[in-house]
Structures are given as structure tokens and as C-alpha cells.
Design a protein around this ligand. Sequence first.
Ligand SMILES: [Zn+2]
Ligand SMILES: [Zn+2]
Length: 343
Amino acid sequence: VSGAGQKLLTPEEIAVQAGGQVAFLRLPTIATVFAEREMRLRQLSAGHAMRDYLLFVAELCRAQQEVAGGLVGVAALPPEAIDAASRAGIAPFDVSTTDRDPAWRDTLRSLLRRLEPRLAAGPVRAQTTALLAAADAALDGQADRIVRGISLGLDVAAAPLVAAGLQVHLAAQVAATAAAHDGARLAPFGRTDDDRLCPCCGSRPVASVVRIGGDEGGYRYLACSLCSAQWHMVRIKCAHCRSTKGITYQSLDRGGGVTPAMEGQTASGRAVELECCGECGHYLKIVHMERDPEVEPVADDLATLTLDLLADEQGEVRHGTNPLLVFGDSEGEPGTRPDPGGP
Ligand SMILES: [Zn+2]
Ligand SMILES: [Zn+2]
């Protein structure tokens, strides 16, 4: 532990300051992203208190991967739109300001059609059937609320289904645009003015991930809650207010006890921890591939609700957002936009 007020640079920060070659952005791998999430959810569901829910989301991810694999002719953004976004400093597919391609509804409906016959009779299946019959305007209204983090009028039971459709649509658009502009003078995706939001779609992260292997080993990326892109942010830094002071890590030990929080250090060795900020009182989960190579930010977030309860008991506010698990009217949830507060 460093002396009071003195902040030691991590090897990652030293490398970045020296102009290290860490890739800023990891684009979603559309051919595997949802299948990997499904696999992780099935793995985590064994003996889990939320087993049924995790298995439902696994089915949802399976349908997402099938639909993603069958999408053809996904429209890439034209160079003018990329240029305009770049000059405005925003994400090219910024979900809160950009008009959604109406094709997203076709993606959602083919997802629901695959999912429906696989669900046991019950409320979730009834919800899926009802959503299949919903009018375009109703679906758009729900999508608007999800991407803007508005809970008023949000159909909480339908939200994970609608969000799943948006996730496939956005990941496919991002992948198609990246492919169409491969080698172009202006890269379609890059840094935007707000490094706390996804550089591809402008959404908030679900969690962050410390990666392994290659040039990225030991580097921390924020994982987008919607399009599944990942973008680099140095470790030991609050993803909400950007403070680098007073960051502590906490997790639960195997007996369910709380590991002691230590400033700037992860003490537990657990694959999923809370990264808590003493400056603004927000937290984001961090998953460690070096401790478990199969961690997946969306799946591991869903399976560690007990960590959220721990944070809540301590009065900390969740910064991450996960549209596959939406609660009713409570503060800070659901949401995909940070409050305009931070420095
Ligand atoms: Zn995104
Ligand atoms: Zn903070």
C-alpha cells in the first residue's frame, strides 16, 4: 500500500503514458458473443439461488446467437454519418440521440419467435407471446425507455426481451459498420468526448473486465451493456466520476463473509469484485479473467446479485446497468445513462 495521498502508477498506466500499444476498443465478435454468454450462464446456474432466471437468460442468449447468425444485409453507417459523429465527439450509434433503424423490430420479432416455443407455459411465455403481437410504436416506446434509462412507463417484465433484441441489432450494426470501413481513412469507432460511455453506441457499461493474453493482458476494459463492445479505461479509476482516489475493492468470501476493503488493491482473489469509489459513492463490478478465464461481464453480473445487496447495505449506488435484469421503480435502476453530475 502506498503512503497517504501518494498514488503509485500501475504497470498499465505506465505503459499507457509511454504510448503503449494497448487497443482502445474491442469490437463485439458477433459470431460468438451470445453463445459465450449462454455457456457462462449455464455454468453459473448450477446450484445457484437464481438458477431458473439464469437458465431463462441462457435460452434468451441462445436465441440471440441464432438470430445474429442469420442476419443478412445489416446496414453499415455511411461515411458521412461516421464523420458527423466523430466531429460531434459522440458514438456513431449513440442510442439516445440517433434514430433507430426500424429493422431492429424484425430482429426482436425473430428472436421472440425462436424463444416462444422453448419456454414452459407460464408468465414469461405469455409475455413473449404478447410482445410478438405488440405494435411497432409500442416496441419503439419500450426501446426508447430502455436506452434512455426511463423507468416511467417501462414494462419491467418485457424489458429483458426487448433489450435482447436491441443487443443483437446493435452488435450486428457495429460489426457490419466496422467491416464496411475496414482500412478506411477514418476509423468508424474511436474515442468520444465521454470516456464513460460506449464509443460505439453511447450506452453505459454493465461491468468492467481485466483481460488476459496478448497485448491486452492485465488491462481493464469497460463492457458495454447493449452492443457488447469493450473499451479501455485504466484500472483503479472510478467509471462514474473518474476519481483515482479512494477506490476500494470488495467481494464475498466462500463462506459469504465480506472481504476487507483495501484502497487501490484487490484483496480477495475472487473473480468478481466491487470497485467502489469513496469520492462519489458509486460502484461498478470488475471481473477478472486472470482468476477465471471464462468470466463474461453480463452473465457474471447477473449471477452476483448478492454483491449488489452488499453494496446497497453500505449505501453505495450502482453505476453499471444490465438490461437483462430490470427492477421496478427504484433509484438508479434501470438506466443506461450516467447522471450529468460527475466532474
Ligand atoms: Zn455499446
Ligand atoms: Zn466516483
